[in-house]
Write a new protein. Structure first.
Length: 239
């Protein structure tokens, strides 16, 4: 059985998770096709590039969103996924991830889901991360996913609702019941709400590297350089 283990001891964002899967062999053409099916053709451009993280090479995914991209709220994103023509697994995984974020935002702000303005879901970039992740999982024939305990970072994060200590409220809610820790040597947010939602939805267990025969390893880094370098690793192989 094909399995994947996500080493997120350096944190996780949606683009980092997708970049690691691409670096492990998921074809970027499959991701582009999945995004086109969700109505993102002409709105999003993807480019996978190599970056040096200290002495190590890692992949970085550049997601460029057109100025003409549609504004999408949760119902729009879910409808685009439902009408995409993608496989059941990709549609169900992507829909579950976005719905999980929506439910958490509603709880944090004390409003019904229908009234919540989801800033993180207003753009095509979140739909790219979420749909792209599930399309990459399918393209690599991965049946089961596990992950390490999740590094949240430390310090203060600023976003549309103000300034909060790391983790952001939505990230903390998304990771209820999941092993987490904060890194005192990184006074930045290392795990984003989208990264947290993908891990909470996709991983069936959290802990050390499971017994497996590894045949692929993907490495990725995020947009901001850090010292020390923060590299996400994705191991793919057979249980």
């Amino acid at each position: 059985m094909r399995i994947a283990h996500l080493d997120v001891t350096s944190g996780a964002a949606g683009d980092m998770l997708l970049a690691a899967l691409l670096d492990a062999g998921a074809p970027i053409e499959a991701i582009r096709g999945a995004l086109d099916g969700c109505g993102l053709a002409g709105e999003v451009e993807l480019r996978l590039v190599d970056r040096m993280a200290g002495a190590f090479r890692a992949a970085h995914l550049e997601v460029r969103v057109s100025d003409h991209a549609r504004t999408r709220q949760v119902p729009d994103a879910l409808r685009d996924i439902a009408e995409s023509g993608l496989s059941d697994r990709v549609r169900e995984g992507a829909s579950a991830t976005i719905s999980r974020i929506a439910e958490v935002e509603a709880r944090v702000h004390g409003r019904p889901v229908s009234e919540v303005h989801l800033h993180e879901l207003s753009g095509a970039d979140t739909l790219t991360d979420v749909v792209g992740f599930w399309a990459a999982i399918e393209s690599l024939d991965i049946v089961r996913i596990s992950a390490s305990p999740i590094n949240l970072g430390s310090g203060v994060v600023s976003f549309s609702h103000g300034r909060f200590g790391v983790p952001a409220p939505a990230t903390a809610e998304l990771l209820r019941g999941i092993p987490i820790f904060g890194a005192e040597d990184a006074a930045i947010e290392l795990t984003t709400p989208t990264g947290a939602a993908l891990l909470a939805t996709a991983a069936s267990s959290f802990g050390p590297l499971p017994a497996m025969t590894i045949d692929r390893i993907g490495y990725s880094v995020g947009s901001r350089p850090t010292d020390p370098p923060r590299i996400l690793r994705c191991y793919v192989g057979d249980a």
